[in-house]
Design a protein around this ligand. Structure first.
Ligand code: URA
Length: 435
């Protein structure tokens, strides 16, 4: 078999066989096929697409390119959750202690933020001392003891995806449905959970900008997961404005803690309850969605979810006192309002622009190795559908470096479309549950 022939076949609109897919994935993982040939193939796939069988073969080849985690030493049903990524998406921080407090075993691998989207691991490192670089043994022991552990993605989990994703990121080939579905599902299958709940984002801050494409991606991933014997469910949720109000690592941790105290923003609470219900149903802890929602609500009212978060933070070396006193989290030296420049209704808040503002303040990485400032970011005071008067704050900017703040402030206004006509509230969630 020759890589040249595989590229040409796809370029001309042909279907790749499972053997051809396995050939290029193994060869690329071993470093025998160069980046330039795989880049050409990715671009050919981008334009010609892949059918379901090709996508499934690609997923399985990537999942098996490294270690397939065996979580059988963890008792009970293990449920994983994955978001396709967004701005202000701190769902895992609030959701995982809620479902763990209901008895679901959460054994989760998470990633860091890149570009304008955040990552759970960076956010968790806002707890002083917290580490996700834990051993496999600690990971399993901790899930058995307290029901929850989150670790960083190991180098030997779906290594083909790691290489391919880095290549796609710099060759404008990320936003293709088959490539996204296989990338996400290969990692999820390799990570070993029995059930997977997917949060597929749609809108300006998502890879899939339209509801139709997001639904198609959701269906594709559900089919792959169920086909591989894992109970897989997907929810399509809005990412046409930031989720909740806080964008930035420690600010998002604080919002997640406020949520566990029953004081979370409406859209964020709704998303946690929707995804959490699916996790409880998939893990067999509830039989009906209403029962699951009531159980999750109860974890907030009783303080059980907050206590679970504190146990989790302490188990991974963090200071649990910060869960009860958010004043102990990193805080920026300065905070100032960003005023509306006109009266009107907010019609649009572009997620990508808000994410870039947070990045410009130092809250995200320009390159994989950049240091990030955990304290900085934005807290939105008004969202789509709200009326604002000129001079009233649209958001508060938290910053340490006045030069970065000046640049971010200018960029901030690009995110907003404000008009005289009432535009109505944006739908906070697009409830499509498949599986
Ligand atoms: N997240 C992933 O892990 N892979 C993609 O291709 C897109 C989002």
């Amino acid at each position: 078999m020759r890589m040249y022939d595989i590229i040409m076949k796809k370029r001309n609109g042909g279907r790749l066989s499972p053997e051809e897919i396995q050939f290029f994935i193994s060869g690329y993982t071993r470093g025998e096929i160069p980046d330039y040939q795989v880049s050409a193939l990715m671009m050919a796939i981008y334009f010609q697409g892949m059918d379901e069988e090709e996508t499934l073969a690609l997923t399985m080849a990537m999942a098996h390119s490294g270690e397939m985690l065996d979580l059988s030493a963890i008792e009970g049903s293990k449920v994983d959750k994955h978001s396709t990524g967004g701005v202000g998406d701190k769902t895992s921080l609030a959701l995982t202690p809620m479902v763990a407090a209901c008895g679901i075993r959460v054994a989760k691998m998470s990633g860091r933020g890149l570009g304008h989207t955040g990552g759970t691991i960076d956010k968790l490192e806002s707890f002083p001392g917290f580490s996700t670089a834990i051993s496999r043994e600690q990971f399993i022991r901790q899930v058995n003891e307290i029901g929850i552990s989150i670790m960083g993605q190991t180098a030997d989990l779906a290594p083909a995806d790691k290489k391919l994703y880095a290549l796609r990121d710099v060759t404008a080939t990320v936003d293709n449905m088959s490539l996204i579905a296989s990338s996400i599902m290969s990692k999820k299958l390799a990570a070993g959970a029995d059930a997977i709940v997917l949060d597929v984002k749609t809108g300006s801050g998502a890879f899939m900008k339209t509801e139709e494409d997001s639904l198609a991606l959701a269906r594709e991933m559900v089919k792959i997961g169920n086909g591989a014997g894992r109970k897989t469910i997907a929810v399509v949720s809005d990412m046409d404005q930031p989720l909740g109000r806080a964008v930035g690592n420690a600010l998002e941790v604080k919002e997640a803690i406020d949520t566990l105290r029953g004081q979370g923003p409406e859209d964020f609470v709704e998303l946690c309850l929707t995804l959490g219900s699916q996790m409880l149903l998939a893990g067999g802890k509830a039989q009906e969605p209403d029962q699951a929602r009531a159980m999750l609500q109860q974890t907030m009212e009783s303080g059980a979810a907050l206590e679970k978060l504190a146990q989790f933070v302490q188990a991974q070396g963090g200071d649990p006192a910060a869960v009860y006193d958010t004043g102990l989290l990193p805080a920026a030296a300065c905070s100032e309002p960003i005023p509306a420049l006109e009266d009107g209704y907010i019609h649009r808040i572009r997620c990508d622009e808000i994410g870039i503002c947070s990045l410009m303040l130092g809250g995200g990485r320009e390159t994989k190795d950049s240091e990030i400032d955990l304290a900085v970011g934005l807290v939105l005071t008004a969202k789509v559908g709200d009326y604002v008067k000129k001079g009233e704050p649209l958001a508060y900017m938290h910053y340490n470096d006045p030069h970065k703040a000046a640049a971010a402030r200018e960029r901030f206004y690009r995110a907003y479309t404000i008009g005289a006509e009432a535009g109505g509230k944006a739908p906070v969630l697009i409830h499509r549950i498949l599986g």
